[in-house]
Design a protein around this ligand. Structure first.
Ligand code: UD1
Length: 351
């Protein structure tokens, strides 16, 4: 069997790693196409090195740009590659523009398409990721749902026959990273530039960074915390703060460069609580049993809200108080599966 995985952004490299390993274990010819959506070493290459993913077989180097510019360049490059390689499956991950581009190409030239992390819905049509997910799911031949909620969303959209519940592949990845942290730990104090208790914050979504007053209110709220707030800054956040003249070096904020995945997990584990707008980090917080506060109006990962492990924060004036709530004491359920998702995906592809 020949499989092409198309990836392009940080969270996709994390999902790709366990699938590549499982594919190698099953003697599958697995080719990796990197669109080049993320290209800085600390947004891309470091993930390949750390997670043991081989160098991509092809890098389209599309870089940054408007949604249409970026997606159009990907469409051309991915089509050429798929026509040349003629794979049995194209596999896409999550909800980025790279996911969308590979989905459109595959359905148009009639190559079977599998979507890892199918069925996620925020119900928020203003999110670029929401358009990407819906289009991708409706193009895909095999919908690999991470949770019961995701599977139900697919059923509601008439996609039941193509859908399978396989669990969340990020659990596979997290287990691997936690093992590597045991044998080679990370110097948290050096990375976070503090020896005090701290909160970990990440902000990158368009809805939080593209509007100057929204972004300013978030930075204001974080900088007025009574404990240090360590913020590994996504380039989008830094760029928009520069454009809007928003000072990032104030109050309790400690701005650090983007972290590798191992570093992020180590810092998350060491933090008192997490504040984020990332989907992946909401789940990682839940799995690592660190309370999370999500700066959004909704979450696709509603299982993380169980017992208050994750709380959606609308009113930024309450952010500090909410983020310092006590850790839930009730035993956690396991809505994201058992960490054997990659193997289940390979079984689905093989069948
Ligand atoms: C993308 C995904 C988002 C995902 C996120 C993970 C889409 C629509 N969004 O958002 O779902 O959660 O990746 O990070 O696909 N930049 C750099 N260096 C890089 C990459 C980006 O400087 O290596 C800067 C550029 O200024 C670029 C901006 O970051 O314009 C945004 O990057 P882009 O890939 O367009 O979207 P993300 O915000 O990263």
């Amino acid at each position: 069997m020949k499989v092409i995985s198309v990836v392009g952004a940080r969270p996709q490299f994390i999902k790709l790693a366990p699938l590549h390993k499982a594919a190698s274990d099953h003697d599958i010819n697995h080719l990796i196409v990197h669109t080049g959506q993320h290209y800085d070493d600390n947004m891309s290459d470091v993930f390949f090195r750390e997670l043991g993913i081989p160098k991509p077989d092809l890098n389209l180097n599309v870089g940054s740009g408007s949604h249409a510019f970026q997606t159009a360049r990907m469409l051309e490059g991915i089509e050429k590659c798929i026509l040349k390689e003629n794979p049995d499956w194209v596999v896409v991950y999550g909800d980025t523009n790279s996911t969308l581009a590979a989905a459109i190409v595959s359905v148009k030239i009639d190559v079977p398409l599998a979507h890892v992390e199918a069925g996620l819905r925020s119900g928020n049509r203003r999110m670029p990721e929401e358009h990407n997910r819906i289009v991708t799911d409706h193009c895909a031949d095999l919908l690999l749902a991470p949770t019961e909620t995701a599977l139900n969303n697919l059923v509601l959209e008439g996609l039941k026959v193509r859908s399978h519940l396989v669990g969340d592949i990020m659990v596979d990845s997290l287990k691997f990273v936690q093992e590597t942290l045991k044998s080679s730990p990370v110097d948290i104090e050096n990375l976070c530039k503090t020896n005090e208790e701290f909160v970990l914050a990440t902000i990158h979504r368009a809805e939080n960074t593209s509007d100057s007053s929204r972004l300013n209110s978030i930075i204001d709220a974080l900088s007025s915390f009574n404990i240090p707030v360590v913020l590994p800054a996504h380039p989008r956040l830094v760029n928009h703060c520069k454009t809007f003249n928003i000072d990032l070096s104030r109050g309790s904020l400690i701005i650090i460069p983007p972290l590798s995945h191992r570093e992020l997990i180590a810092v998350a584990l060491a933090s008192k609580s997490i504040i984020t707008d990332s989907g992946g980090l909401q789940k990682e917080a839940f799995l690592l049993k660190v309370p999370c506060s999500t700066i959004r109006t909704e979450t696709e990962w509603e299982e993380t809200l169980i017992d208050g492990w994750n709380v959606i924060v609308d009113d930024l004036s309450a952010l500090q108080e909410i983020s310092q709530r006590p850790i839930p004491t009730i035993e956690q359920p396991t809505p994201f599966g058992d960490g054997k998702t990659a193997k289940k995906i390979i079984d689905c592809l093989s069948k």
